[in-house]
Every structure is written in structure tokens, then in C-alpha cells.
Write a protein that binds this ligand. Structure first.
Ligand code: HEM
Length: 462
């Protein structure tokens, strides 16, 4: 067993009931000020753990970059034990991650473009009042040696027509599929059909060590741990990316292709399904309302079920091999009962920013997702991003990238035909890049005990 109350909140438990968020970016100018700042927050019980007696109105969590750990005064022998991707940071990894062209760091938003954030403070609220109050209190506590890098990042999740599922800006239900982690009590109302398929295609829980340092992972082994153990144990690594979505461009593209796509369907479209909706679903791998193409290949069914697998759809007749959800979690599609992908799972805790653009409207506002993913090594995220999102070879898609979030650059996507219905194959050509990176970094999220250790200033590598 593990101590849930020592692991920071929002890692193993989603903050779905806290729809308002603010991300504050801090830089450390004086290590002892930084230490007493963290100590004062710990003393006041302000850092939200994974388990609480009474649900708070607002939550507060911390993450640190490599430069942040150094600014805290961590000794070099300890710093040297952190993974290379983390030490380099996201800007240095730009080429590897596909942050090129307009997504390259020179075009990022502030503060990412010109500074390196040391501390990321993540504040979530049930209501905006509670969120504002928590931000105000935090800012009042900031000592002279810890300053804020502006601007902060507001974010807010939204849903449609009274639905419980959250939507993202292209209009799809999001936050549906996440790993079911061993030892973590299921949240009230959470679905049972999450996890990884085992050799018989059934869903099973994933070992804690895939996400939290100090516990066995899929192979029974521990992920490499930075030193000292007390600093690493119950901590995790976090990917934080500001991903801007070009909604008008996405809608224009779908509209332009939809007519030709409709011509591949003998006898016309299914009842009450537009060619636009059908095509967008093929690119995502789920209908906009969240129902899976595997279970509902002809029309959406208002189902958020997640217990589907791809082995019975080897050619992608129902869910295309290159669709976003099939690439990012191929489940059993790559054979070996799903084992090939079991080391590449991510806990996603993203939240949208910017206003939803009603269909048919255009504006110049920026909107997108603050993509947040937890893993016990950045190789988990980087593998998905490099080889599954920005390359297609594992899925027999050659150089084709993810049609929704890939580097694209006028790439293509094959939508296989369906012998069962007579629908002919279709190729989406010239897919623009719909999602641009606007900032982010790699973070370490220490346990509460590790935060106390950092605040004490007595970190020794041995
Ligand atoms: C703006 C960018 C993105 C958008 C709009 C987006 C949208 C979505 C949607 C609508 C789903 C289906 C709902 C769900 O299962 O929760 C999904 C699933 C998923 N996405 Fe993304 N996504 C984005 C970026 C990314 C990135 C960059 C990655 C990883 C590198 C990623 C990894 C995943 C994974 C792992 C799943 C779950 C698949 C499954 O388990 O079936 N997404 N995404």
C-alpha cells in the first residue's frame, strides 16, 4: 500500500469537480526565501494531497523544473541523478517533440518564450470566487526572493447542453479514457471499464510504478529514481504543454473534405449524421459525443463507454488505424494482448483555455488545451509524441502523422473502406497543422514529504 495523502492531488485523482483553474509561474531569486515560502504553505496546510477529509473549495499544487530545483539549492550530486529529458527541458527537446515551424520556442507565448519557469503553481476552484481567493492569498505570501513571471494562465473546462463530459474546442468529449491505477480507490461515479487490456482483451489495472516513483511498474521493476530516495519517493514527472487549437481552420478543412468523403458511402449517410461529423469522428476515433467508433461505427450513441479494443478491427474499417485515440492508446491493436503499449500510458489531466467558438463563427481569440500528463519517466510521453503522434510506422501509416495533433504540414490520412457497408477508402490530403505549441516544460512533482525536505534545505544525494 502507499500513502495517498503524501502524493500531491490531481495526479491519481482528477479534479473534474474543479472546473476553474489558474496556473502561476514563479522564479526563484533567493533560495532561502523559496524554502521559507514552501514551508509556510506546508505549515498552513495549503498544498492539496491526493486524499482529503473534507473536499476543499480550491486546491493548490506545486511542480518544479530542473532549473527550479537548482535554484532551490539542490546539490549537484542530486541534480545529476534526474533524467536527461528533464535536465534539458522542453525547449531543448523541441525538435524531438515536433515543436518546429510556428510551434518552435521562438514563437511561444510569455513567459515560456523568454524565461525558464522555476515553480509552477496550479490552483483549481469549484467556483471562480474560491479560485481568486486562493490566488490572492498565494500572491500575498510571496517573499521578495520569489517573483511571479507574467502573464498567468487562466483555464476553464466546459461542457455542452448539460452533459457531464467535458468538451475540448474542436467539439469532442474529452477526459474519457485514463489508466485505472492499482491501489487507487475509484472515484465516485467513475466508470469501471478503464485500464489496459490483458492477454484476453479484458481490462485490468495498471501498476502504480508507471506513474509514481518508488513502486514497481509493468515489468515489476522500479523506474530510475533521482537521489535521495526521500526526494523522489511518491513523486512523479509532469508534462505541461500549452497547445493552441486553430478551430476555424479545423472546421474549414472538415467542411472542404466532407463532400468528397460522403461520395464514398454507397446509399448515402446514416440517418441524422452529417458528412462533417462522420469525417471528424474518423480523424479522432470517437464521435463528438464521445461514443467509440469501434462500438458505434455508423452513428453516435451518447455512450462514454471505454471498454473497447481494436483487435477485431485490424484494417481500421471502423476506427481508422491513424485516428488520434487509436494512435495514442493502441490498446490491443499492435498484438501481444496489448503488452506492446503497456509501458506507454499517460495520466492525462488537461484543461481547456479560451472561449468556445460557436459553430459558424470566427474570431481572433486564442484557445486550446493546457495539456498535462503524468508519467514515471519522460520516455513514456516522448514515445507517444514522437513515434505515435508524429510518425505512423507502427500503424502501417508510414510518415503520416496524427490528423488532429500531429506536426502535419500538409500531411495525409487514410480512412480505410468498410467491406461490411460497402464504404470505399478515402484519403484526406493536405491536412494542415491544427494544433500549435505555445509553451510548456517538463516538471518534477514532489511528494508532500519531499516538499518538506526541500524547504529544510537539507537535501543530500546519499
Ligand atoms: C489540442 C490537442 C489535443 C486534443 C484536442 C485532444 C483530444 C482528445 C480527445 C477528444 C480524446 C478522446 C477522449 C478521451 O479518451 O479522453 C483524446 C484521447 C487521448 N489523447 Fe488527446 N488530444 C490532444 C492532444 C494530445 C496529445 C499531445 C497526446 C499525447 C502525446 C494525447 C494523448 C491522448 C491519449 C493517450 C488519449 C486516450 C486514448 C485512449 O485511451 O483511448 N492527446 N484526445
Amino acid at each position: 500500500m502507499f500513502d495517498f495523502s503524501n502524493i500531491q492531488g490531481n495526479i491519481l485523482r482528477g479534479y473534474a469537480s474543479f472546473p476553474h483553474a489558474r496556473f502561476l509561474y514563479l522564479t526563484i531569486r533567493d533560495a532561502s526565501d523559496a524554502r521559507s515560502f514552501i514551508q509556510s504553505l506546508l505549515d498552513a496546510g495549503s498544498v492539496t494531497p491526493g486524499q482529503w477529509q473534507e473536499k476543499p473549495d480550491a486546491t493548490l499544487n506545486f511542480a518544479l523544473t530542473f532549473d527550479g530545483l537548482r535554484a532551490f539549492g539542490l546539490p549537484e550530486e542530486s541534480l545529476a541523478t534526474f533524467p536527461p529529458e528533464f535536465r534539458e527541458g522542453m525547449k531543448v527537446r523541441a525538435e524531438v517533440l515536433g515543436d518546429v515551424g510556428k510551434s518552435s520556442p521562438e514563437y511561444w507565448d510569455e513567459p515560456w518564450k523568454t524565461s525558464r519557469v522555476h515553480i509552477l503553481v496550479m490552483i483549481y476552484g469549484k467556483m471562480t470566487d474560491a479560485l481568486e481567493e486562493r490566488c490572492r492569498t498565494l500572491r500575498q505570501l510571496l517573499p521578495a526572493g520569489v517573483t511571479e513571471l507574467g502573464p498567468d494562465q487562466p483555464a476553464e473546462s466546459f461542457s455542452m447542453d448539460g452533459e457531464t463530459a467535458r468538451r475540448e474546442h474542436f467539439g469532442f468529449a474529452d477526459g474519457l479514457s485514463n489508466p485505472d491505477v492499482e491501489g487507487v480507490p475509484r472515484e465516485t461515479g467513475a466508470r469501471k471499464d478503464i485500464g489496459n487490456p490483458d492477454h484476453s482483451g479484458r481490462f485490468r489495472k495498471i501498476p502504480l510504478g508507471e506513474f509514481i516513483l518508488g513502486y514497481p511498474g509493468e515489468g515489476g521493476d522500479l523506474a530510475p529514481m533521482p537521489l535521495p530516495n526521500l526526494l523522489a519517493h511518491n513523486g512523479t514527472y509532469m508534462v505541461f504543454r500549452k497547445l493552441e487549437q486553430n478551430v476555424p481552420e479545423f472546421r474549414d478543412y472538415i467542411k472542404a473534405q466532407a463532400k468528397s468523403f460522403a461520395r464514398t458511402i454507397p446509399g448515402g449517410l446514416p440517418d441524422r449524421v452529417s458528412a462533417e461529423d462522420f469525417l471528424a469522428a474518423k480523424m479522432m476515433g470517437r464521435w463528438q459525443d464521445g461514443s467509440s467508433l469501434i462500438e458505434h461505427p455508423q452513428k453516435p450513441a451518447r455512450s462514454l463507454a471505454n471498454a473497447f479494443a481494436y483487435a477485431d478491427d485490424p484494417a481500421g474499417a471502423r476506427c481508422p488505424l491513424g485516428a488520434h485515440v487509436r494512435r495514442t492508446n493502441p490498446r490491443d491493436a499492435l498484438g501481444f494482448g496489448g503488452k506492446t503499449m503497456s509501458r506507454h500510458r499517460l495520466i492525462r489531466r488537461g484543461i481547456t483555455y479560451g472561449k468556445f467558438l460557436p459553430p459558424g463563427e470566427r474570431d481572433n481569440e486564442s484557445r486550446g488545451i493546457i495539456f498535462i500528463a503524468f508519467n514515471s519517466g519522460f520516455d513514456q510521453f516522448e514515445f507517444v509524441q514522437r513515434f505515435w503522434v508524429n510518425f505512423g510506422d507502427d500503424f502501417e501509416q508510414g510518415n503520416d502523422t496524427d490528423p488532429i495533433v500531429g506536426v502535419g504540414g500538409r500531411g495525409q490520412m487514410v480512412i480505410p473502406g468498410d467491406e461490411a457497408t460497402g464504404r470505399r477508402p478515402f484519403i484526406c490530403f493536405d491536412i494542415p497543422r491544427f494544433v500549435e505549441t505555445k509553451g510548456g516544460d517538463y516538471f518534477f512533482v514532489p511528494s508532500l514529504a519531499a516538499l518538506r525536505l526541500l524547504a529544510s534545505g537539507r537535501v543530500h544525494a546519499s
